[in-house]
Each structure stands twice: as C-alpha cells, then as structure tokens.
Write a protein that binds this ligand. Structure first.
Ligand SMILES: Cc1cc2nc3c(=O)[nH]c(=O)nc-3n(C[C@H](O)[C@H](O)[C@H](O)COP(=O)(O)O)c2cc1C
Length: 401
C-alpha cells in the first residue's frame, strides 16, 4: 500500500481498552508511507502514553489544546489533514462529536475538519446497545461520518463477548487507504471478479480440480476495492482470507460459478475473470464411493460451461472485460485468439510451465495483451501484478467515461 505515501492522516485516539490496537493502526499507516499525526484524548493517554505513538509515527503526539507551541494546531490540522481516523471511538467521544462539542484538541480538530472522517466505535456491549449511543451513531452516519464496526467478539477481560469490539487494525487501515485513494474513475463502479479453481464431483468423496490458489483474483478484488469500486468476488474453494469490503460469493463447481457470474453480470462495469474453472467434469458422477478393489476406473469427461463466452450477450454496455490465459506452448498467441473470440479488452497471458509464475506460487510473470499489442511485465508478486493490471484497466475505465 505504498499508494498512500506522503498522505497526511490524523489518528484520533479516545480512551477505551482498544487503545492498545491503535498502536498497530499507527504502525501500519506509517509503514505504508502516510504522514501520521496522533491526537490522544486525556483518557486515551491513561491507556497508552503519547511517547508510544511518537515512537511509532516519528511525530510528537498531541494530547492537549493548551500545549505551548501548538496554539491553533487544531485548526491547522483540521484544514490540512486528508483523512481523520478515530480508533477507538468511545461512547463518550461519539456523544461529544454528535453534539458538536470542542472541549479538547481532538473534538476541536474534528469541528474544524475538511477531510473525510472514519470512526471505529469500541465499547462494552451494553454501552453500545444503549439508545443514546445508537442515536448518536445514527446522527453521525446521517452527517456523512464513515462508521466502521464495532464487531461481535471478545470484549475486555470478564466482559464476555458481544457487539462492541473494535474492528481489527488491518481492516481499519484498508478502509483508510480506500478513503484516501477513492477517485474517479472507480467511484460508483461495480467490479465482478472471479478467483480460484472449481471442483467437479467424481463420487461423494473425490473431486476433479486444478492447482489455482485464487491469489491473483483475490489480489485484484482487494486492489479494485481499495481504488474505490464496489466489488463482488465469486470464488471457488481456496484457503485465502476474504479481502476487506468485498461481497463474497462462494461456489464449488463451474456450473455454480457460471450461475453466480450471470447474476452479478448485468450491473458490472468491470469484469476480471481470474478464476481457473474446471473445463471438464465427469459426465455421470458416481453416487457411491468408487472402490479400488473393484478394479480400474474409467472416467467419461464432458466439457463444462464457458463462463466468459456465455457472458458476452449479458454484459453491461461499455463494461471493461479482462480475461486470463494460463497456457502451455505459446500463451501470447492463445491470448490474442481469446481476445478476439470472447470480445475482451485485455487478456493476461502467463505460462503454466514457467518457474515463479502461474498457480500455487506467490509471484507471477504475465504479458498484458490488448488491442494495441502485447506488453510483457517483469516477475512480480501477485499483488504487484494486480496493481499493474488495474493501472491499465483504470485507463480504459477513464476513456469509457
Ligand atoms: C478500564 C476502562 C476501560 C474503558 N473502556 C472503554 C471502552 O472500551 N469504550 C468506551 O466507550 N469507554 C470506555 N471506558 C470509559 C471511558 O474511558 C470514559 O468514558 C472516558 O471519559 C472517555 O473519554 P474520551 O472519550 O475523551 O477518550 C473505559 C474506562 C475504563 C476505566
């Protein structure tokens, strides 16, 4: 996420037990290259000292309106910050902001703000459920404050589990990045991404599948969401964590993937078909488990549905469509054929036999084949490949207006 390098972020911290996790938020944002300024309420400073935030961000943390040398900094920061993240946001802070109070540095800064505000509430479940907190949250939401969480999970020791737990730092940082990066032409666009292998049943315990890990598709879904798109990820079976913010649709077989794609297709401005659906399936799956003792097993395979070809008549007008061609032999030549036959804007070609590329590994070397020619990219991580592909998609989306 070097894409937020140099961006100016204020991290507001109010006094809840989740303060210890704000240190990780400060750390991750700083690692990503953002200029982070931590602002602590007096209660927050009881939980974690300002020196911790100073050591993590490289900037002195602010704890008081009355700090010498900082007169009017609340107004300056309100004007200059590109994003304000408050994590955790206590019940008390939510109430103060809802009322428009300005009785400490953080609330004064929030009243002087111009930037988007992301608040991550965290509190005991009864405090969260209380009508006063709920009406403060509704009021803040109606004023355009971005509220993230809380989630249900273990609360402070002895408090059991319930709704009130702050969302995890990684998710807060992902939402922060999205708010910093969202811009035309991604805003309001819907992306449909497919990822992973599919599985075709041979018998009740065995399946026919392939080596796709889903990494490429998940990286594309994540990056499209971080750029501001609304993303639906149709995924075959994988062991990967769902990317933040995306709508997950889990499928097993190629027929299920085709059905899920057909449903999301009419609204999609962008199709990124990175899945490796099984091309064949047993014509007649066995109802009982096949047994070795019964001797050799002959499989009769039939072709599955061609999801990309089927999408052709149902695509939204002007949609940008990207296909993938994982081939042996001459992947670029196959990609050129696929580009025409399936009316695609780009085909990402890669060689299944090359070391460090294709399924299972963390890296990939691809050639981007478009109407204007082929562009070979160097060996990179799949996350970097996803960014490079979406840079080219961004150009196409801009041209479509
Ligand atoms: C040990 C302890 C844990 C607390 N945890 C929370 C919490 O998770 N969420 C919350 O809203 N308030 C919590 N509080 C209460 C707040 O610290 C208190 O309301 C304080 O006035 C908040 O001030 P601030 O919003 O200015 O930071 C806790 C208090 C204590 C003593």
């Amino acid at each position: 996420m070097s894409r937020v390098a140099g961006r100016h972020v204020v991290l507001g911290v109010s006094g809840g037990i989740a303060c210890y996790k704000s240190c990780v938020v400060a750390r991750r944002l700083t690692e990503a290259g953002a200029e982070v300024e931590a602002v602590l309420t007096a209660a927050a400073a009881e939980f974690v000292g300002p020196v911790t935030f100073e050591a993590l961000t490289g900037r002195a943390a602010i704890t008081s309106l009355w700090q010498p040398g900082r007169a009017l900094d609340h107004v300056r920061l309100g004007r200059e910050a590109e994003l304000i993240v408050v994590a955790p946001a206590t019940a008390h802070l939510l109430a103060r902001v809802a009322l428009g109070l300005a009785d400490d540095f953080l609330t004064a800064l929030l009243l002087a703000r111009r930037a988007p505000l992301l608040m991550c509430p965290a509190m005991n479940d009864q405090m969260y459920a209380h009508p006063e907190t709920q009406s403060n949250l509704a009021l803040l939401r109606s004023r355009g404050v971005h509220l993230l969480g809380p989630v249900t999970g273990p609360l402070a020791r002895g408090e059991g589990a319930g709704p009130g737990r702050m969302v995890e730092p990684e998710e807060i940082v992902a939402h922060a990045e999205r708010l910093l990066r969202t811009a035309a032409p991604w805003q309001g666009r819907r992306a449909l991404v497919t990822a992973g292998p599919t599985r075709e049943r041979l018998d009740p315990v065995r399946v026919l599948t392939n080596r796709s890990s889903g990494r490429m598709g998940y990286a594309l879904a994540r990056d499209a969401w971080l750029r501001g798109a609304e993303v639906t990820l149709v995924s075959g079976p994988t062991t990967l964590e769902p990317p933040p913010g995306v709508e997950m649709v889990r499928v097993e077989s190629t027929a299920e993937m085709a059905a899920a794609v057909a449903e999301a297709l009419p609204l999609a401005d962008l199709l990124l078909m990175a899945a490796a659906p099984a091309d064949y399936r047993p014509g007649a799956p066995l109802q009982e488990k096949a047994r070795r003792a019964d001797g050799a097993l002959k499989l009769d395979l039939e072709p599955t549905r061609d999801i990309l070809a089927e999408s052709l008549p149902k695509r939204k007008k002007g949609a940008v469509v990207v296909g993938f061609a994982l081939e042996t032999g001459d992947p670029v030549a196959s990609a050129q054929v696929k580009l025409k036959a399936k009316q695609l804007d780009l085909v990402i070609a890669n060689d299944a036999t090359e070391r460090g590329a294709g399924p299972e590994v963390l890296t990939n070397r691809v050639t981007v084949v478009g109407k204007g020619g082929a562009e070979a990219l160097p060996l990179m991580s799949k996350e970097e490949v996803a960014e490079a592909i979406l840079d080219r998609v961004q150009e196409l989306l801009s041209k479509r207006g």
